[in-house]
Design a protein around this ligand. Structure first.
Ligand SMILES: [Ca+2]
Length: 298
C-alpha cells in the first residue's frame, strides 16, 4: 500500500477542471469531487453539458424529435413507424471510438471495452441474459491484475480516503478563492473553517500512524468532507442511500489506483441490502452517531 500515492496526492486531480466541464449547463458540477466528474459525465449522460445546451436550440428539436429525447446509457433514440422517438439498444459498433487509453474501461466480466459506451451498449444487447445482468463497469482503464485487498490494508483505506477527501475540498477552496466557481457559497463557509485552522495536517504522503493520530486530534475537520462526498453521489435519486451506480463515479476511477476500493465499499454495506445508507457510509469513515447530520449533506 505504501507508495500508492494516488489518494494522498490531490495536486494532480484538478487536471479536469470543474469550470471547463460545467460550461453551458448552469453549475451542477460546482463543488464536486474532480476525480468523479469525468466518470459522472460517462455514467449519467444527462450531466453532459452539450445535451443541456441543446435545450436552447428549439428549431433543432422541431426538426428531429430525437434531439432532446434522453435515453439511458447503452440506449439510443430512434423514431418508430409513427415517427415517435423511442429508446433502443445502441449497436456497440456505433459508439464513438476511444481517443486515448483513458477511454477504455474494464467490465466485471474482465473484458476490456474500447469505451464505456461500448460496454453499456453490449450490456443492453444482452438484456434478459445472465451475462447481461452481471455485466457492470468495474473500473476505468484496460483490465489489469488487481491484488486482493488484505485485512490490514482494508483498515488503512478509510484513513487515507478521509484525508484525501479533506484535501480535495481544501484544494477546491484554494482554487475557488482565486476564481470563484469551484464551490457553492454554502460549501465554502464550511471548508473555510477547516482551511483557517492552523492545526490542520497539510497534504502530503503521511504515514498511516500520523493519519490515525490526526483523526483523533482533529476529528471535527473530517466530519464535513465525509458528508460532502456522500451528498455528491446521492443524487440518482437523492434518498440517503447510495446504489451501486451512484457509487460508481467515485469507485470506478479509484479501483485501478487503490486495490481496496471495491472491498471497502462492499463492506460498508453492513446490512448487505446492496445500498450504502448515509449511516453506513458515515460509520465506515469513523464518524460518530451524534455527528451524523443530514443537514450537512450539501
Ligand atoms: Ca440515492
Amino acid at each position: 500500500m505504501r507508495g500508492r500515492r494516488s489518494t494522498t496526492a490531490p495536486p494532480t486531480i484538478l487536471s479536469t477542471s470543474p469550470r471547463e466541464e460545467e460550461q453551458g449547463n448552469g453549475a451542477p458540477l460546482v463543488g464536486m469531487n474532480p476525480v468523479q466528474i469525468r466518470a459522472t459525465v460517462d455514467l449519467y449522460p444527462s450531466a453532459r453539458p452539450y445535451l443541456a445546451a441543446s435545450l436552447y436550440r428549439p428549431q433543432a428539436s422541431a426538426a428531429d424529435p430525437c434531439e432532446n429525447f434522453r435515453c439511458k446509457r447503452g440506449k439510443t433514440c430512434k423514431l418508430n413507424e409513427e415517427k415517435k422517438p423511442m429508446c433502443v439498444c445502441q449497436e456497440p459498433s456505433a459508439c464513438p471510438q476511444s481517443v486515448t487509453d483513458y477511454d477504455h474501461v474494464c467490465g466485471t466480466d474482465n473484458v476490456t471495452y474500447d469505451t464505456s459506451c461500448e460496454l453499456f451498449a453490449t450490456k443492453c444487447n444482452l438484456e434478459g441474459t445472465k451475462r447481461g445482468h452481471r455485466l457492470h463497469l468495474d473500473y476505468t482503464g484496460p483490465c489489469k491484475f488487481i491484488a486482493p485487498c488484505m485485512n490490514a490494508e482494508l483498515v488503512q483505506f478509510p484513513l487515507r480516503m478521509r484525508d484525501w477527501l479533506k484535501n480535495v475540498l481544501l484544494q477546491l477552496y484554494e482554487h475557488d478563492s482565486m476564481s470563484p466557481g469551484f464551490l457553492t457559497p454554502k460549501q465554502r463557509i464550511r471548508v473555510r473553517k477547516i482551511h483557517e485552522s492552523e492545526r490542520r495536517l497539510h497534504a502530503g504522503d503521511h504515514p498511516i500512524e500520523l493519519l490515525a493520530q490526526d483523526f483523533e486530534k482533529n476529528y471535527n475537520m473530517y466530519i464535513y468532507p465525509v458528508h460532502w462526498q456522500f451528498a455528491q453521489m446521492d443524487q440518482h435519486p437523492s434518498d440517503r442511500f447510495l446504489s451501486h451506480s451512484e457509487l460508481a463515479p467515485l469507485r470506478v476511477p479509484l479501483v485501478p489506483m487503490e486495490h481496496c476500493t471495491s472491498r471497502f465499499f462492499q463492506e460498508c454495506d453492513a446490512d448487505k441490502d446492496k445500498q450504502v445508507s448515509f449511516r453506513e457510509w458515515a460509520n465506515c469513515f469513523g464518524i460518530k452517531d451524534e455527528d451524523m447530520d443530514v443537514n450537512l449533506l450539501f
